[in-house]
Write a new protein. Structure first.
Length: 142
């Protein structure tokens, strides 16, 4: 069974963050430059939220606000769910589905060790199932 720690090994070790005082525009610049869909919001070395493309679309564009004037703090998702690296990818997917979130920090011993997306988790599950199917085919065909 694949664990979140396995997913982290196949990803870049970089975790992109933004301070809550920054503008949404600044956060979007980082996201575009790094080709990512969300940033962890960190204040005083503590996770205080997540700012995602979804937050931008729903809280700026649809409400007629300006990304250059709106702070990350007023737009971010404040309720952050996290997972530990020893949990399975299936457990992570279940938590993400129940919490309706697409990005999740990975915490070990109260320390941020990674950041996974729904895409990372789904790709890991597909990869694991593909290997299982191939193993079964090899077993059957002898």
């Amino acid at each position: 069974m694949m664990k979140i720690s396995d997913v982290l090994q196949s990803k870049s070790k970089d975790i992109w963050t933004v301070h809550s005082r920054e503008t949404a525009y600044y956060a979007l610049e980082i996201m575009a430059e790094k080709n990512i869909g969300a940033l962890l919001v960190i204040d005083e070395e503590k996770i205080v939220g997540i700012f995602s493309e979804r937050d931008y679309a729903r809280k700026v564009i649809l409400k007629g606000k300006s990304s250059r004037e709106s702070s990350v703090k007023e737009l971010m998702t404040k309720e952050v769910y996290s997972i530990s690296p020893e949990k399975s990818v299936e457990e992570c997917l279940a938590l993400m589905t129940a919490a309706q979130c697409r990005h999740m920090p990975v915490i070990e011993n109260d320390k941020l060790v990674g950041f996974v997306s729904m895409g990372d988790v789904v790709n890991a599950i597909i990869s694991e199932k593909t290997v299982t199917i191939q193993d079964l085919k090899n077993y059957i065909s002898g």
